[in-house]
Design a protein around this ligand. Structure first.
Ligand code: FE
Length: 210
């Protein structure tokens, strides 16, 4: 994405986007009426901005790539594997990990609204919530993947997983070639947010500066 892909729908005299202004107005009203405590709101926002994000999922994926027992446990019951490992912040119920293989590529959507594995990926990207993504990825996943510049071998089946309020999916991308012996931390740097939604692949080691 270029630096110019942001929303230009705001008044250029303001630093804030239209959405930010609306959120701020809503927050002011709710605070004035005593419905919400602004310090609590700040803490929630801070939590999602700094502690929860794709870096959490990336560490989980890197662990799965390097630890066969963890990988097996993750694919069997992701919430349980993560919470019992003792290495990660506790996450909520019903997380399902789906693994990409040469035979099957997995893509995650929420066709009804915008359910997303916040615990491990943080806030969803705007496109994830857009109507075109939600409808097109079900009907024609390969064309959506092409928009994301992902092309898969002909023989690879694409499976689309529809999230619900109950079940959230985390894609475990394929481990890139040329990463033998890499540490978990180094591997985690190859795991992008989109690769864990299925609209991207893990980065090639050549793409990241060492
Ligand atoms: Fe949803």
């Amino acid at each position: 994405m270029s630096a110019h892909d942001h929303d230009h729908d705001h008044d250029h005299g303001s630093e804030l986007s239209e959405v930010q202004l609306r959120v701020r107005a809503l927050e002011t009203v709710l605070t004035e009426k005593g419905y919400v405590d602004p310090t609590v709101l700040d803490r929630i926002v801070e939590h999602f901005e700094t502690r929860v994000g794709p870096h959490v999922g990336a560490r989980i994926v890197a662990r799965a790539w390097t630890d066969p027992a963890f990988r097996a446990a993750l694919l069997a019951d992701a919430t349980r594997a993560v919470n019992e490992s003792g290495s990660f912040e506790p996450i909520g119920d019903h997380l399902v990990a789906v693994e990409n293989t040469p035979e099957q590529h997995n893509v995650v959507v929420c066709t009804l609204c915008s359910c997303y594995p916040w615990d491990v990926l943080g806030l969803p990207p705007v496109w994830y919530k857009s109507a075109p993504y939600r409808s097109r990825v079900v009907m024609d996943p390969r064309s959506v993947l092409a928009d994301f510049r992902v092309s898969l071998p002909e023989g690879t089946r694409v499976r689309v997983w529809d999230s619900t309020a109950e079940t959230r999916y985390l894609v475990v991308p394929e481990r890139p070639a040329g990463t033998d012996g890499w540490s978990e931390e180094r591997l985690a740097a190859l795991v992008t947010r989109d690769s864990m939604i299925g609209t991207g692949l893990a980065l090639d080691p050549a793409e990241v500066s060492s």
